[in-house]
Design a protein. Structure first.
Length: 65
């Protein structure tokens, strides 16, 4: 079962079976909802500030490239 831990800065942090996931919208003209797994350190960082959440999202995008 999903437990919403944090919902702010345009991201939703979810705990599922002891693992952390971030849900967010990406794209330009066509927005799509994405979900990626996070480390515990990334999950903590997302909650600190909007800037920190943005940095985590950028890191996710770089990993995918």
């Amino acid at each position: 079962m999903d437990k919403i831990i944090f919902n702010n800065y345009g991201v939703i942090l979810i705990e599922r079976e002891g693992r952390f996931f971030i849900r967010f919208y990406s794209g330009g003209i066509v927005m799509k909802e994405e979900e990626e797994e996070l480390s515990i350190d990334e999950a903590k960082k997302v909650q600190m500030s909007e800037k920190d959440a943005y940095e985590v999202l950028i890191a996710i995008e770089k990993k995918k490239s």
